[in-house]
Design a protein around this ligand. Structure first.
Ligand SMILES: NC(=O)c1ccc[n+]([C@@H]2O[C@H](COP(=O)([O-])OP(=O)(O)OC[C@H]3O[C@@H](n4cnc5c(N)ncnc54)[C@H](OP(=O)(O)O)[C@@H]3O)[C@@H](O)[C@H]2O)c1
Length: 360
């Protein structure tokens, strides 16, 4: 574990990339970047060399891996942690174990694994990783759920659990509600009897999006513009004002969302899609004593590296929701690896409303 902690301090936990092919079987392929820049321009699909299997290593065949905003920022060079270059893109995904080193006890061929930390480099067909960088997940959940489990549902789960004690009937407000995290928040909250007010950007096909989020369990879906309208009062006739606000946008929409928090409510910022700061009216501090907090799943995992039980019980709770049909994979588009450019471009466009998932 000390080795893991030292590596964590250095940045993303990815094994070095070797790009010569090995002869033994057809070489694995991966999306490699040698410099930071716009992902469609700097990523290239290349043959990779699989490192020799060490005693504590695991050889994994990747099955599916999503493209998340953090992956884009990492490749652009603007994320909080960066992989040493050259690097394989992707921090999330699910793979199947092909073989394990002599000292690997917790995994065996056929198991499904997901990354334990950011920056593993999941956009590859195969790879050899140290056992400590992988987590076993059950094989009885859909592959798309497993591929998207380690980041967004975990983030949603922690934000609902760790900041404000919430009881059935309480409410939560969130922006970016159609994001992967937002969809997980809606479903996890619904399963716990917590009401959600979901803010999205206006768009031509808004009714379709509203219908989709309501079908997931959203109680209210509103646009950013509606946050300022008197109609908001109607919502609070049937549900209490939120005790928790979840913000992944920033800028004006966040300021407006904050106005609806209960006194002593907490707003957790976990993303900044609008790339604008959060502005808070002083009255929110003085007269309502609101609290502003932040959350980063990567930090939570690192802080709990010695407490595997917390991580295991969260994964277990999420898998149970999946099995009960209460937590589905995000709306997504499955894209074969060779069409990665199309997927990258779609993932960076506004109003796509569909997580791009690379299939290997
Ligand atoms: N802190 C953490 O631990 C953590 C963990 C997971 C994710 N995140 C962050 O959470 C955010 C969502 O991630 P995700 O994977 O769930 O996203 P996603 O599924 O890829 O969806 C992106 C979301 O961002 C919205 N968006 C994009 N540009 C926007 C803008 N200028 N203004 C308002 N909304 C905008 C999109 O809305 P439209 O449909 O309107 O375009 C969509 O709802 C990202 O910032 C990500 O980095 C943080």
């Amino acid at each position: 574990m000390q080795r893991a902690a030292a590596r964590a301090l250095r940045g993303a936990r990815s094994p070095p990339v070797r790009m010569r092919s090995v002869a033994a079987r057809s070489p694995p392929r991966g999306l490699v970047y040698e410099r930071h820049g716009e992902p469609p321009a700097v990523l290239q699909l290349k043959d990779l060399e699989v490192a020799e299997l060490g005693d504590s290593d695991v050889h994994v065949k990747m099955l599916a891996a999503p493209i998340n905003p953090a992956d884009i920022n990492m490749i652009q060079g603007s994320y909080a942690i960066l992989s040493p270059l050259p690097a394989v893109g992707g921090s999330e995904g699910v793979g199947e174990v092909l073989e394990v080193g002599r000292r690997v006890a917790a995994l065996r061929p056929g198991d499904w694994v997901i990354p334990a930390d950011s920056g593993l480099g999941t956009w590859r067909t195969r790879g050899v990783f140290p056992e400590e960088l992988l987590l076993k997940v059950p094989r009885d959940i859909p592959v798309l759920c497993a591929a998207t489990l380690s980041v967004n549902p975990c983030t949603a789960y922690r934000m609902l659990a760790d900041f404000q004690p919430l009881a059935p009937g309480d409410s939560v407000i969130q922006n970016g509600a159609n994001s992967g995290v937002g969809q997980a928040v809606i479903q996890i909250a619904k399963a716990s009897g917590i009401k959600t007010i979901n803010v999205v950007r206006d768009r031509p096909d808004l009714p379709k999006l509203v219908e989709r989020l309501m079908a997931l369990g959203a109680d209210h879906v509103i646009t950013e513009e509606m946050l300022r309208k008197p109609e908001m009062k109607e919502i609070f006739k049937s549900i209490p004002k939120p005790r928790l606000a979840l913000n992944c946008v920033g800028g004006k929409s966040t300021t407006e969302m904050l106005r609806h928090l209960q006194p002593k409510g907490i707003m957790v910022t976990y993303g900044g899609m609008a790339k604008q700061p959060v502005t808070v009216p002083v009255s929110a501090f003085i007269f309502r004593d609101v609290q502003l907090r932040g959350f980063w799943m990567t930090q939570w995992k690192r802080d709990h590296a010695q407490d595997q039980q917390s991580l295991a019980s969260m994964i277990d709770a999420l898998c149970q929701l999946i099995r009960r049909g209460q937590l589905a994979a995000p709306a997504c588009t499955e894209v074969p690896l060779q069409d990665y450019k199309v997927a990258l471009e779609a993932s960076m466009k506004p109003f796509t409303s569909s997580k791009q998932i690379l299939l290997f």
